[in-house]
Design a protein around this ligand. Structure first.
Ligand code: S3P
Length: 436
């Protein structure tokens, strides 16, 4: 059982050293449950991420009559088969991936369902999935483009859809609906959004072809169950990578991390900034390349990020802001408007919280400009019930003068249970609760 930390107290000047793993990949863990439920038989999952978001998806799938055996926290069996109507609305809590992928599946079921979530999820845009699903014939209504989503049975037909945004969640929702549609479904993406759904569907025997940025799915295959070990989440490793780069004296290795190229844009961005990073591929896990990342404290300089790189590091911009603050010169991020519709408006919220530490951030509609290096002063900051904000602010606290307290930090558990313990294990400046 992981401890939930109400707040995190950080002090500067403590290098991070040693070798450590990170919890399982969140995107793959969601998919192992959702796709495992559709397989003809028992899917075995090891290294599953037991975190707030993924537990919500697991509970929803159980509500749909799918038996899931928990052997221990991270090892489970999903007994795939026919989904059954749920007696109550499915509650995806804060999980955008959970609700959007599930909407694609539920659109193709012969019974009605209601998909809902927390106050935070109810603020996030759902038209991006309801509109393409409706054009496939889905009977789906939303609350003015937000959840709850009410889905009634309808016969779906395959479509050719050009994604307006490079979103893996939208792509996946359409492909999953395509499993239940008449005819072929084609999704054309404007950029390289993460491809875990495609890799998993292909491994299960789905009729799936990929041609550049175009994905083609033909229905009709019986999906075979999987036997997989979930690799470590690169997006969790990202906090440790940046912490190691900005805290003087650090030298750490993060082991067993998913190195899927659609996810590792942050490594490329940091290498452009003169980061001392060694990435060593060690093998394949769940059809994904995995490996170790060695990080040493570095003299970073600014860079400019835009275009496809943004998609490849979309979840990493909150922590990237800390690297930009430590780097000398100008860092500019553009084409990243999507950050405004994540768990929070991540441009506005990071700028607001970093200003409490004395930072100067130029907010832009589609990104930001930071000129560094900037000296931060410890203060009390808020995690805004957004895991990536809370953990990024904790890393900022490792380089701020004096103490920093991150309140509302329990949300770190949505993707990185054990974040605080991991920092402590590496010797980073995190004080045990109550010792601020
Ligand atoms: C995810 C896709 C991304 C990402 C999210 C997880 C996924 O969202 O931000 O954290 O697992 O498919 P979008 O597809 O909306 O960009």
């Amino acid at each position: 059982m992981t401890t939930l930390h109400e707040s995190l107290t950080l002090k500067p000047g403590m290098p991070l050293r040693g070798a450590i793993g990170v919890p399982g990949d969140k995107s793959i863990s969601h998919r192992s449950i959702l796709l495992g439920a559709l397989a003809d038989g028992a899917t075995e999952v090891r290294g599953w991420l037991a975190a707030g978001d993924t537990e919500a998806t697991l509970a929803a799938v159980q509500q749909l009559g799918i038996q899931i055996d928990r052997h221990d926290t991270h090892t489970l069996t999903v007994h795939g088969g026919q989904l059954q109507p749920a007696e109550a609305p499915l509650d995806f809590v804060n999980a955008g991936t959970g609700i959007r992928l599930a909407a694609g599946i539920m659109a193709g079921q012969p019974f009605a369902s209601v998909l809902d979530g927390s106050y935070q999820l109810r603020r996030r845009p759902m038209k991006r999935i309801t509109e393409p699903l409706q054009s496939m014939g889905a009977d789906i209504t939303s609350d003015e483009g937000k959840c709850p989503l009410t889905i009634h049975p309808a016969q779906l037909k395959g479509i050719e859809h050009n994604l307006k945004i490079a979103s893996a969640q939208v792509k996946s929702a359409i492909l999953l609906a395509g499993l239940f549609a008449d005819g072929e479904t084609v999704v054309v993406q404007p950029g390289p959004a993460r491809d875990h759904t495609e890799r998993m569907l292909a491994s299960m025997g789905a009729h799936l072809t990929i041609d550049g940025n175009t994905v083609i799915l033909k229905p009709g295959a019986t999906l075979q169950p999987m036997n997989l070990t979930v690799p470590g989440d690169f997006s969790s490793a990202a906090f440790l990578i940046v912490a190691g780069l900005v805290v003087p004296g650090s030298d750490l290795t993060i082991q067993g991390v998913n190195l899927n190229d659609t996810r590792t844009g942050l490594v490329d961005a940091l290498l452009q900034m003169n980061a001392d990073l060694d990435v060593t591929e060690t093998g394949l896990e769940a059809g994904e390349p995995i490996g170790d990342i060695r990080v040493r404290y570095s003299d970073l300089h600014g860079t400019t990020i835009g275009g496809d790189m943004v998609v490849r590091m979309i979840d990493e911009f909150p922590i990237f802001m800390i690297a930009a603050l430590a780097a000398s010169g100008e860092t500019i991020v553009r084409d990243a408007k999507e950050l405004r519709v994540k768990e929070t408006d991540r441009i506005a919220v990071m700028a607001q919280e970093l200003r409490k530490l004395g930072a100067s951030i130029e907010e832009r509609e589609d990104g930001f400009r930071i000129v560094g290096p900037q000296r931060l002063m410890g203060s009390v900051v808020d995690g805004h019930d957004d895991h990536r904000i809370a953990m990024s602010m904790a890393v900022a606290g490792l380089i701020a003068d004096e103490m920093t307290v991150v309140t509302d930090a329990k949300c770190a558990n949505d993707s990185f249970p054990g974040f605080a313990e991991t920092l402590m294990q590496l010797g980073g400046g995190l004080l045990p609760e109550g010792q601020g």
